[in-house]
Design a protein around this ligand. Structure first.
Ligand code: NI
Length: 398
């Protein structure tokens, strides 16, 4: 007999107090990207207590659990990130961070907790499930060197291979009890570059004998800002920002090189590639056209999150059954922030869903990455219910 929505709801409600405790424990002792030793051990401990098969040390402090149903079938995966941020917690609550300058300001404590709740509940029904549930607890989401990539390289998506992957992310701008989903592009890519503009130095009074790298750099900055406004499709959003410019030695010396660093965000994989080639073309044109030269280093970071239409629709349906249709909102716009869930969604059809965690009546309105960030803990229940119900439905469909 398959598991009913009421059974899921009752089981999650029964562990809600425990989930709040889990979340507060993790919230009190946040760990930065790549340092999630205690959080990872906490997660592994709970999976072990529930006799859930697990692997630790996957891509750093990553933990992968597998719940096998009574009969073989397909596999759905859920991913929760575990790391915190270098932010000082300024909340005055007893579960505020006890670690100076480190805080769960992006809600990853809640993501981890919701997945633990999902694991406990689904495991209790495992005799009635067909197929498997894969639980991916990921380290190092907030850092450029991403945990997702390492976990995939170390087999997180193998044995069993999931045919769908789902992640929730706290979204304080939406009220608790609501979710936002979006088929297609959900968040931007994040790439980085470093440019060295090369000229020829000499006395400031004799510019004709030199190539002024400062002037060339100013032209490069200007020209690069024409890429998004004039050379890419206006419907393919992107942002290029140059954050640092360094060069020159003295007021009366023409500089022979200037270094600049910047970042590129794009929502569309094709626009992302195009921006890269246009940056190179622009720098080459400007510098060589004026007698100078250049060096360009370009690092492709996190790709855009592209949600599978099918998986997104499936999760949105489950969420509607849990929350009522009017509380499940299709988001009109993607976000320009990057999320390394993108690496998972490149390999397996997936969706990243925004979970409402705000509550204006209770004054829970702070944005992500803010030192006052908090969630309405009822969201833990909502998230775990959505994930659990999604799994039950997905595995019962043959
Ligand atoms: Ni986050």
């Amino acid at each position: 007999m398959t598991v009913s929505i009421e059974e899921i709801r009752e089981s999650i409600t029964a562990i809600h107090a425990r989930l709040i405790k889990f979340r507060r424990d993790i919230h009190s002792y946040p760990e930065l990207s790549g340092e999630e030793e205690k959080t990872s051990a906490f997660v592994a401990g709970i999976l072990e207590d529930n006799d859930i098969e697990l692997r630790t040390g996957v891509g750093g402090y990553g933990v992968v659990g597998v719940i096998n149903g009574a009969r073989p079938g397909r596999t759905i995966a859920f991913r929760a990130d575990m790391d915190a941020l270098p932010v000082q917690d300024k909340k005055s609550v007893e579960y505020a961070s006890k670690v100076e300058g480190v805080m769960h300001a992006c809600g990853h404590d809640a993501h981890t907790t919701m997945l633990l709740g999902t694991a406990i509940v689904l495991n209790s029904f495992r005799e009635r499930l067909t197929g498997s549930v894969k639980l991916i607890f990921q380290p190092s989401e907030e850092r450029a060197v991403t945990g997702a990539k390492f976990m995939i390289e170390e087999g997180a998506l193998e044995d069993p291979v999931p045919s769908a992957i789902v992640a929730l992310h706290c979204f304080p701008e939406m009220e608790v009890g609501t979710v936002g989903h979006r088929p297609g592009i959900m968040s931007a890519s994040s790439d980085r570059f470093r440019i060295v503009v090369k000229g020829k130095s000499g006395h400031a009074s004799r510019p004709h004998q030199c190539v002024d790298a400062v002037l060339l750099a100013s032209l490069v900055v200007n020209a690069i800002h024409h890429i998004v406004s004039r050379r890419t499709d206006p419907l393919h959003h992107g942002v290029i920002s140059i954050g640092t410019v360094q060069g020159g030695m003295a007021p009366n010396i023409i500089a022979d090189h200037v270094e600049m660093e910047g970042t590129v965000r794009a929502l569309d994989p094709a626009a992302r590639k195009k921006i890269h080639s246009l940056i190179e073309e622009t720098i080459k044109g400007v510098t060589e056209g004026m007698g100078g030269g250049y060096e360009l280093e370009y690092w492709f970071g996190t790709p855009p999150v592209v949600n599978s239409k099918k998986v997104d629709a499936f999760v949105a349906d489950s969420a509607r059954e849990i929350l009522g249709a009017h509380n499940v909102i299709e988001l009109a716009e993607p976000l320009m922030g990057a999320e390394d869930f993108a690496y998972f969604a490149e390999k397996v059809p997936g969706t990243l869903v925004r979970l409402g965690t705000g509550n204006r009546d209770k004054g829970i309105t702070s944005h992500l990455h803010n030192s006052m960030f908090d969630i309405d803990e009822d969201a833990l229940k909502v998230g775990a219910e959505i994930l659990s119900w999604t799994a039950v439905k997905y595995l019962s469909k043959v």
